[in-house]
Design a protein around this ligand. Structure first.
Ligand code: 4AD
Ligand code: MG
Length: 432
């Protein structure tokens, strides 16, 4: 018998097929049992009657626990009323393994309970939709860069230095001889790649020992980071905008069913496929915030509330550029017209989702960069290789990083980044 995935049933109407999956739910009218079977690609209603199944199998089917693994064979029928529009009239049912007292039932559960059972929670419909969209976003990131001739340039995870400041660095004992750190960003290595290949991107897990328990912070998250030689801030912003518009369009195109499960307002998402996105300077952002009654001063960091208030003015993501250099990492190039500003950009997602992208132009002058490393209290020795990039054929270059979980959370319209990754790592959570 031919084994078919539920998402492919449309091509098998009238045929006899086998589904291999798990029992999602069931109900019975007495005469007929309705078994909802899921196989990871979808859910299919399977109809079992005593005539088709035989008395013994029919009676057993009424006692199967939720998430029992099983295999069914039957004929595919189109049925508008059935979930997914198709139904299987089954003639055979084989149980692989039982599932007794499955802990996640269709009733409401609290987030702590579900996070403890994350290994099972990922079987639920909403989590399926979110994680499928994540998978689409990641595929779209790769396609976007490959279509444009970027080379994937993987960066190391164990590093001898910090990239984004030392306050949230995970430290590791490296063979009892020295310290190593979990990377906060692949950027510094991507810069070496850009000067070798012209345009590259790295894509991998990054780590921040964040002591903040907000809905936007994970301690381990995935970041995609392009880096381009001869790029300035303007071209970098253009790339970021093209990139995000592409990803959103791709999800709208291929994951509409999942967005529907999440009850996402897709009209709002459609707006993010329209370019250009507005660009405002940090100076202007501060003025806007003051106008809204925020007690902010020039030089202040923009927190979650400020970002939400700013993005409320726009229907698309907004690019905020040229922040005060003093609060930014050592590698950022300062604006020659206004040396107190960094040539950097943050992209803020609409609807209060805050920063999804951070990036900018890098300092490319050897002496200036060396001074910055010292001024930031960082040791020079481990940065010699990085300084080499300014010693041998330095060029202007720029890039950015997009946090996958932040982007996915916004696209899905869900509340917390913890649902946008299969196994979230947070200050208070290392399990399962
Ligand atoms: O703004 P960040 O810190 O920028 C960098 O790391 C640069 N080196 C990137 C580059 O230019 N190549 O981080 C970039 C993005 C943020 O905009 C956010 O989306 C995400 O990474 N991010 C986090 N996501 C989840 N949890 C956290 N703790 C995050 N910190 C940053
Ligand atoms: Mg940032």
């Amino acid at each position: 018998m031919s084994w078919v995935y539920i998402e492919d049933l449309g091509g098998h109407i009238g045929e006899e097929v086998t589904l291999k999956g798990w029992l999602y739910n069931r109900r019975s009218s007495g005469k007929v049992h309705f078994l909802l079977i899921r196989d990871g690609t979808g859910v299919c209603q399977c109809v079992a009657s005593v005539n088709d199944l035989g008395a013994e199998a029919f009676a057993a089917a009424d006692h199967l626990g939720q998430e029992t693994s099983l295999e069914v064979t039957g004929r595919v029928r189109e049925d508008k009323r059935a979930p997914g529009g198709r139904e299987l009239t089954i003639t055979r049912l084989d149980v692989h393994a039982p599932s007794i007292d499955y802990p996640i039932t269709p009733k409401e559960h609290g987030p702590a309970f579900l996070l403890d059972l994350r290994h099972l929670w990922v079987r639920s419909a909403r989590q399926h939709a979110i994680l499928r969209i994540r998978s689409e976003v990641e595929a779209a990131c790769r396609d976007f860069f490959h279509e444009r001739g970027f080379i994937l340039f993987d960066s190391p995870i164990l590093t001898p230095t910090s990239c984004e400041g030392t306050t949230n660095l995970f430290e590791i004992d490296y063979f009892g001889e020295r310290k190593a750190y979990l990377t906060q960003s692949g950027q510094l290595y991507a810069e070496a790649g850009a000067l070798a290949f012209g345009k590259v991107y790295c894509f991998g897990p990054t780590f921040r020992a964040e002591k903040s328990k907000t809905r936007r912070h994970l301690t381990e998250f995935w970041m995609v980071e392009p880096e381009v030689a001869y790029f300035t801030l303007d071209e970098d912003m253009q790339l970021a905008e093209d990139f995000v518009a592409y990803i959103v369009a791709r999800v709208l195109d291929r994951r509409r069913e999942d967005l529907k499960v999440l009850e996402r307002d897709t009209a709002k998402l459609e707006l993010a496929t329209r370019k250009p996105y507005p660009r405002i300077t940090y100076d202007e952002a501060i003025e806007r915030l003051k106008g809204k009654g925020f007690a902010v001063n020039w030089g202040d960091d923009l927190g979650a509330d400020e970002e939400t208030a700013l993005s409320a003015d726009f229907a698309t993501p907004v690019l905020v550029h040229r922040y005060p250099a003093a609060s930014k990492p050592f590698y950022m190039k300062h604006d020659p017209m206004r040396p107190d500003l960094a040539l950097c950009v943050d992209m803020l997602a609409p609807e209060g989702y805050g920063e999804i992208i951070g990036g900018g132009q890098r300092e490319d002058d050897y002496e200036t960069l060396k001074r910055r490393i010292v001024d930031h209290g960082l040791p020079l020795e481990p940065f010699q290789w990085y300084l080499d990039l300014r010693r041998y054929g330095s060029v202007p270059h720029a890039g950015f990083g997009m946090g996958i979980e932040r982007a996915v959370t916004w696209i899905c319209g869900t509340h917390h980044v913890r649902e946008a990754v299969p196994f979230p790592r947070m200050m208070e959570r290392l399990e399962p």
